[in-house]
Ligand binder design. Sequence first.
Ligand code: PYR
Length: 290
Amino acid sequence: QKPSAGARFRAALQENNPLQVVGTINAYTAIMAERIGHKAIYLSGGGVANASYGLPDLGMTSLDNVLEDVRRITAASELPLLVDIDTGWGGAFNISRTIQEMIRAGAAAVHIEDQVAQKRCGHRPNKEIVSKEEMVDRIKAAVDARTDDDFFIMARTDSFAQEGLEAAIDRAQACIEAGADGIFAEAVTELEHYRAFKDALNVPILANITEFGKTKLYNRAELGESGADMVLYPLSAFRAMNKAAENVYTSILQNGDQQAVVDTMQTRAELYDYLNYHDFEQKLDELFKK
Ligand code: PYR
């Protein structure tokens, strides 16, 4: 029997230190990340809101919205997928359903955070957090709901911005006591902050290296030396794709053709290669040969 998605995530974490987890905004980019050699992928909550719904990352998408993208990605790639479940979308039984539906959809891991339901992007000002007790209840509900012991439940704390390092570590400790498998220390700024989390806590630590945010674009090696076990690049490819699309749309409008931008495009042959297009076509020819 094939190991579960959760078991594959845990194996990837064992074998790669730190484990790079790259955001894949859709099924096709997940295929590319896998072929290129990545070992774990990520579905960003902000990414689902932005890319699939054209909305800001402000708690406007639902469990079902995110599940739909999870299913598309897990159908296309064998890589273990970490999913952003924001605040879990409700009270104890909503969180319970969220965990079970994520497992059913093939996710390997999730992170659930301590922001209020009216959440914001982790790297924006004026975030508000729930009490430590309420966050611990979220973790208890999530852990209790797990139908696969290997499914990886990460607690994300957004408390650093408001309450500082000591309080953030204290919250993280409480989440671990409630059963969290890992800690996502959101929007910390210095390498020594990761070191402090790592030294205080006995579980894997995730560093979110998102561009244009509060955290510098530290290298994998220095993050590893500072105690980070996972390095997240939630929207890196998405941002690059968007800039490329902007250039193409602009160029077509200004120039009347694609000549100036065709070199920036993935070719038809490259696309087909990632999709194993020719194998499908061959199958069709065999099935229906005259
Ligand atoms: C996001 O990309 O939405 C995160 O929360 C990291």
